[in-house]
Design a protein. Structure first.
Length: 125
């Protein structure tokens, strides 16, 4: 489950990162008219997706580690988002309320997958 989820996260984040550069989908730096994005935000999505995909292909252990780290990082990003409100995070990464709540959901799901979900860690002989 964790390995498959990492691959799914990878594909989704890569897709979102790419869509952030498509003018007809991202008007006035608003992805789908909801999420505030900018160049750096899109690059973060692309990097997150590439790492998730690589970890998912590497196996259960790498996927679980990815979700542990990713969940903690996105929880911190969500906290920063609440602090900054609709201002760019650290003055660099586009942010709005919809982004913040999405980051909360991503953090919760990632932390569950990293620390709570069971997985098949037994090797077959």
């Amino acid at each position: 489950m964790v390995k498959t989820a990492a691959i799914l996260f990878g594909v989704v984040f890569l897709l979102i990162g790419i869509l952030g550069f498509v003018p007809s989908i991202t008007k006035d730096e608003m992805l789908l008219g909801i999420f505030h994005v900018n160049l750096l935000h899109n690059v973060v999505h692309l990097a997150s997706g590439a790492i998730a995909l690589l970890c998912g292909m590497a196996g259960f252990g790498a996927s679980r580690t990815y979700f542990r780290i990713f969940g903690i990082v996105y929880a911190l990003v969500a906290v920063l988002g609440f602090y900054y409100g609709d201002q760019p995070l650290l003055g660099l990464i586009a942010n709005n309320t919809a982004d913040v709540w999405l980051h909360v959901v991503i953090a919760v799901v990632s932390l569950y997958l990293g620390f709570g979900a069971s997985g098949d860690t037994t090797a077959t002989v």
